[in-house]
Design a binder for this molecule. Sequence first.
Ligand code: F6P
Length: 363
Amino acid sequence: MAKIRRIGIITAGGDCPGLNAVIRAVAKKIILARGAEIIGIKDGYEGLIHNRHRKLSYRDVSGILTLGGTILGTSNIANPYRYAVKQRGKLVFKDLSAVAVKNIRKLKLDALVCIGGDGTLSIAYKLSKDGIPIVGVPKTIDNDIRGTDITFGFNTAVAIATEGIDRIHTTAQSHHRIMIIEVMGRSAGWIALYAGIAAGGDIILIPEMPYDIRRIAQRVTERHRKGNKFSIIVVAEGAKERGGELVIQKIVKESTIQARFGGIGFVLGEHLEKLTGLETRAVIMGHLQRGGSPTAYDRILATRLGTKAAEMVEERDFGYMVAVRGGALVKVSLKEVARGPKIIPRNHPLIAAARCVGTCFGD
Ligand code: F6P
């Protein structure tokens, strides 16, 4: 096998706690075992297109294990296959993938470790079909990547959301209010499900199960009548009423993910207040869930995934993503990952467990 001389690392899409821990793990293992050079691509695919990168020494990746965000920067707008440019005031989309491929070749990379969510890894799949030797690492607080049981960042987001809901709980109790906490999750409600259960949410609403507003109103009124004069509703940003529309803040045409979610909590709150006559408030947890230091769990997971990705580079297992299956690390083809997000099946054991303790899913 040819010697490994230079490895590229890229973080693309929305940031997520644990990104730096993965960068550190990949780089340290490759530097220590192979003495190879590590090139960090700056700002996600934006940096690939515009040839922005920096060398990462062992020193550069020391002391970043606990750091939130990504030392390389990221972008969830740049897509080399559909890159938005303004021409005479109009937005047009160009396929700049040949430029990205040329830039990677110029860097003489033996492999590119691509750390990203489903959007980023779908682009990575296209790049691998275009001849780039890629190893993927699954990243997202949303935990919605196909082929892996869990993604790093999810545990941290759940911990942050749970703490937020706990804090809302006491104020809900004091004021006898319905409190709605909106958490992230566009097409999959993993954060809402986990944090909702962990914090004892009375009602959990997820994108996979469109809700019936009358069922929710009935549940909170019933609780009120029985003496529980407050209710906690945890709603994923991508949840919607049965037969209703998604609540979208705005459409960003140039972005890889065009719909910017946020606001279902307020819409639901107004509707519920009218139906029940009970005072309601809503809170959007938003990007708080993505910031700051990763939990111990995510630091360990990120280290495992990063070192395994480095091993896959050494073994030239290209076109695959490292994944977690039942506690073990396995490889999954990027083709499988690009098939779309991993959503919660209706028969998921956690939904059953939550129902057993009286949680309502609005269905
Ligand atoms: O994919 C992660 C995520 O946090 C989603 O849950 C959320 O809808 C989106 O990113 C927000 O992205 P942005 O940072 O562009 O607002």
